[in-house]
Every structure is written in structure tokens, then in C-alpha cells.
Design a binder for this molecule. Structure first.
Ligand code: GLY
Length: 356
């Protein structure tokens, strides 16, 4: 087992990375949680495959277990589903000193984390992330939230889990589309912070080769995320680097109503476009955009999106809650592994963010 400790001002917690750790999750939880009641929150897809097993593994350790199953998909990250989760948590008889388990991808993790952070002003929770994106990004760092009709993640908080259990065996049941969705964020880590990781990704021969080495990749990414979050837990400086490709990516997701592109796919197109533009502006070393292009193609990710109205995308960027008072922070790379934040005026956004 590999273990990464996230050490923050007010809380520290471990990320356990081990193939097969899910099979002994009952004994792992027993090491950190001494009360009786556990509520699992998961989605319909995962429940079908793993729900019964997870309940049995916990019951075998003497826990009283209830399970809340939300519909699979982004739409569950809503106030309506959150209300349903609160209701079912209360019905389960959970109290402040008990434990909630988020078993799922980013949607379940964010929704459950937010429910845990707010019900009774905070109940402990652990994350068992099941998608690559959740295993390397969303389960780490304490960002929990639900969406509003007006936009994504608009209601949220920083609330860290007690522990994160990362089992790459769970990725075997993940649709290829979502494996590559997660790979976009892996590529992002390489692009912003780790040239060696980026180069490693070029060398995998196929999906099988990638999956054979995935624990090392997960460890690499989690270490980078840990380092960034330890420096800037509240996302006011260094952590913004994790948003490389995301300004355009979020706009693309919204433009297509969160239906056509996954988060990773939209970010992929965003990383290429912003790097192509910054290379043309002489900020980024020549050839960098081409490296990103080749990498995205290798992992079945889009490098461009059809039929976007550049002005509409820029309008969406301007409305984003992070882009305050006429200026916005964007993330650029000088070369692979070397990123920085640039504050730009909204009037100049087109130079960096629009397709030319
Ligand atoms: N996923 C970006 C962050 O955690 O800050």
C-alpha cells in the first residue's frame, strides 16, 4: 500500500492507494471509526455492481449500515437530490458522531461531501472514489458542492474527508469514455507540474499497459494535488494552477449544456486551445501545443470542439463566478511542467481564450 498524508492547518488525512483495498474496506474503516452507524451514499450504476458487497464488508465488522442510492449522472449534483440525501440520512438514524461513506465518482463525492459538511453542522465522511477523475482529483482537497440552475458548484464548502481509499481495481468497470475523461486531468498534472509524468504518458502502448501502471500514475497525481492543496487549501493562489484548461473547458461544458462533452473532454480542448494561443503570443515555448495535441489524440480526447460560437463562449467565461470585476485569472504554461497564473483584463480574454 502507498499512503500520502495531506497535512493542512486544521486537519490531516491519508490517501491510501492500493489495488484491492476495496475488498478489505470493512477492516480499514474499523481502524479509524469506532461507533456503530454508517450511511453509504452511492449511485445506481455502482450500486448494481458493488452495493451489496460494500454493505456486507461493513456489516462483517459489526456496523449498522444503510445505503442511499442517487441516480447516476451529473443531474444528481443538485439541491433536489441533496434534500433527498438529507432526508434519507435522517431516516437512517445517523447522528453527528457517525460516519458517511461517499462511494462513487465526482458527483457522488461532491454531493455526499457537501451533505456531510452541512447536516448537523458536520458529520465525518470518507471517500472511496470509483472513477479515475475522482481518484486523482475530486476526492482530494476538500472541495464539496452542488450545482444550481445558474451554474456548477455554486453552493459548496471546503470539507475534508477522514480518509480516502483509492482502489484502481474499481476502474475495471469504468466505461472507456470515463477512463479517458480522467486521463485529461492526468495530462493536466503533467502539463502544469511534472514533465517526467507527461513523458511517461507518451510511452504507454495501450489501455492495458496504462492500467498496469495506473497505481504509479495515481500516486504521482495525488502527490501533486497534495502539494498544491497544502500550499493553498482555499484556492486563492497556487491551487488555481489546477484550473489549466478549465476556463475554456467550463465554458464548453456549459455551452453544450453539460451533455455533449464530459468535464475531461472539455478541459482537454481547453488545454490545447489556450496553449496554442499562448504559443502564438510568444509566451509558451514553440512545439508545446503540438505535444499536448498529440497526447490528447493518444488518449481519445478532443482537441477542438465543433460549432462553438466564440463570442458565446467568451460571454460564458465573463459570467463565471471566478471572473470578477473586469479581470480574470488564467493558467498558462511556459513549457511542459512549468505553469503560472496570469491576470488578464476581460477585454483581452479573446486573445487567450478564443479559437482563431
Ligand atoms: N479540481 C480543482 C481543485 O480541487 O482545486
Amino acid at each position: 500500500m502507498k499512503c500520502i498524508e495531506v497535512k493542512l492547518k486544521d486537519k490531516s488525512y491519508p490517501l491510501h492507494i492500493e489495488k484491492g483495498i476495496f475488498n478489505k474496506i470493512g477492516t480499514e474503516i474499523k481502524k479509524i471509526y469506532k461507533n456503530d452507524i454508517i450511511s453509504i451514499v452511492t449511485d445506481t450504476n455502482l450500486d448494481r455492481i458493488y452495493g451489496e458487497k460494500l454493505v456486507k464488508l461493513l456489516q462483517a465488522e459489526g456496523y449498522i449500515v444503510s445505503k442511499i442510492v442517487v441516480p447516476a449522472g451529473e443531474k444528481s449534483k443538485s439541491i433536489e437530490t441533496l434534500t433527498e440525501v438529507y432526508k434519507e440520512l435522517l431516516e437512517s438514524g445517523i447522528h453527528r458522531g457517525d460516519l458517511i461513506i461517499a462511494f462513487g465518482g465526482g458527483v457522488v463525492g461532491d454531493l455526499t461531501g457537501f451533505a456531510a459538511s452541512t447536516l448537523f453542522r458536520g458529520i465525518s465522511f470518507v471517500q472511496i472514489p470509483t472513477s479515475l477523475l475522482a481518484q486523482i482529483d475530486s476526492s482530494i482537497g476538500g472541495k464539496v458542492a452542488v450545482d444550481l440552475k445558474e451554474g456548477k458548484n455554486l453552493v459548496g464548502s471546503f470539507y475534508h474527508p477522514e480518509s480516502v481509499y483509492i482502489d484502481s481495481e474499481l476502474l475495471k468497470t469504468l466505461e472507456d469514455k470515463f477512463l479517458y475523461d480522467g486521463m485529461a486531468e492526468v495530462i493536466k498534472y503533467g502539463a502544469i507540474k511534472d514533465e517526467q509524468l507527461f513523458n511517461k504518458l507518451f510511452n504507454f502502448k495501450n489501455k492495458e499497459d496504462l492500467l498496469e501502471n495506473i497505481d504509479e500514475i495515481i500516486y504521482n497525481c495525488c502527490s501533486i494535488k497534495r502539494d498544491v492543496v497544502e500550499i493553498d487549501e482555499k484556492d486563492i493562489g497556487e491551487r488555481m494552477l489546477l484550473n489549466f484548461g478549465h476556463t475554456i473547458g467550463h465554458a464548453i461544458e456549459k455551452y453544450f449544456n453539460y451533455e455533449k462533452y464530459t468535464h475531461g473532454e472539455a478541459v482537454a480542448a481547453g488545454m490545447y486551445l489556450i496553449t496554442k494561443n499562448s504559443e502564438d503570443l510568444g509566451i509558451t515555448e514553440k512545439g508545446t501545443a503540438d505535444l499536448i495535441y498529440k497526447m490528447l489524440i493518444k488518449y481519445n480526447l478532443p482537441v477542438t470542439v465543433p460549432q462553438t460560437d466564440a463570442k458565446a463562449l467568451l460571454d460564458i467565461v465573463s459570467l463565471d463566478k471566478k471572473n470578477i470585476a473586469g479581470s480574470l485569472n488564467i493558467v498558462l504554461i511556459k513549457k511542459i511542467g512549468d505553469s503560472f497564473i496570469k491576470k488578464i483584463e476581460r477585454k483581452d480574454a479573446g486573445q487567450y481564450l478564443a479559437r482563431r
